[in-house]
Design a protein around this ligand. Structure first.
Ligand code: MTE
Ligand code: MO
Length: 215
């Protein structure tokens, strides 16, 4: 649902908007976190180029599923290709990044080459890696984790210390590489912040919503 559907090569994406380095926290749904210096720009820069139609409400992100490079896609643990989704207003939020690199380099394969999503206020699995297709739709897209385990992984998956995962608490997390607490994998747990500490910027997207229901 865009006025100007288009294909972009990696060189087009690299010069589509000024490249920025942004240091964001990323929290895995399994309560591990890390601060990452991403390279890229707001996803809204790309979405504006294709001109979303007025009826578009959601954005679907479809990842590469290449059996030759990615042995895991031969296993039936998830419905491949890995698919993620955001509401259009979440996708247009300036904090939502199209990630092209990290630590000053282009993305290594394991971190989602050539392009990935970075949504710092949501659990890590929302930040789809190795994206090859983006679709705008008026229907909520099915996502791989929601199809596999709907009671555990909702569409929103906003970081929320008050909504536990059915199998563990989301009240606190382990920060990898946290020098202040001695670093390492066995650093003491720290309190998880609502929206991963980005509430001031993004809480307005969810005014009036029951975040326990829309988890
Ligand atoms: N295509 C794809 N994207 C993905 C995943 C995946 O399995 N496939 N895993 C997600 C999860 S659970 C997390 S925590 C982050 C991890 O990003 P990293 O590998 O760069 O640390 O990627 C997310 N994006
Ligand atoms: Mo994760």
């Amino acid at each position: 649902m865009v006025k100007k559907p288009a294909s972009f090569g990696i060189d087009d994406l690299l010069k589509l908007a000024p490249i920025e380095e942004r240091v964001y926290r990323l929290l895995c749904v399994e309560a591990w976190s890390m601060a990452i210096p991403w390279i890229g720009y707001s996803l809204s820069e790309l979405l504006r180029k294709v001109e979303p139609l007025p009826g578009a409400k959601f954005v679907e992100f479809i990842s590469l599923a290449d059996k030759a490079q990615m042995p895991v896609v031969s296993d039936h643990i998830l419905a491949w290709p890995y698919t993620e989704g955001l509401r259009l207003d979440e996708a247009m939020h300036p904090l939502t990044m199209l990630g092209l690199g990290l630590y000053g380099e282009v993305l290594p394969k394991q971190n989602g080459a050539p392009v990935r999503l970075v949504v710092p206020w949501k659990y890590g699995f929302k930040s789809a890696k190795s994206i090859v297709k983006i679709r705008l739709t008026d229907k909520q897209p099915a996502t791989s984790w929601n199809l596999a385990v709907p009671q555990e992984y909702g569409l929103y998956s906003n970081v929320n210390p008050d909504v536990d995962h059915p199998r563990w608490s989301q009240a606190n997390e382990r920060r990898i590489g946290d020098q202040a607490s001695g670093g390492g994998l066995f650093a003491p747990r720290r309190k998880t912040l609502p929206f991963n500490g980005y509430a001031e910027q993004v809480a307005g997207l969810y005014v009036g919503m029951d975040l326990k229901k829309f988890f």
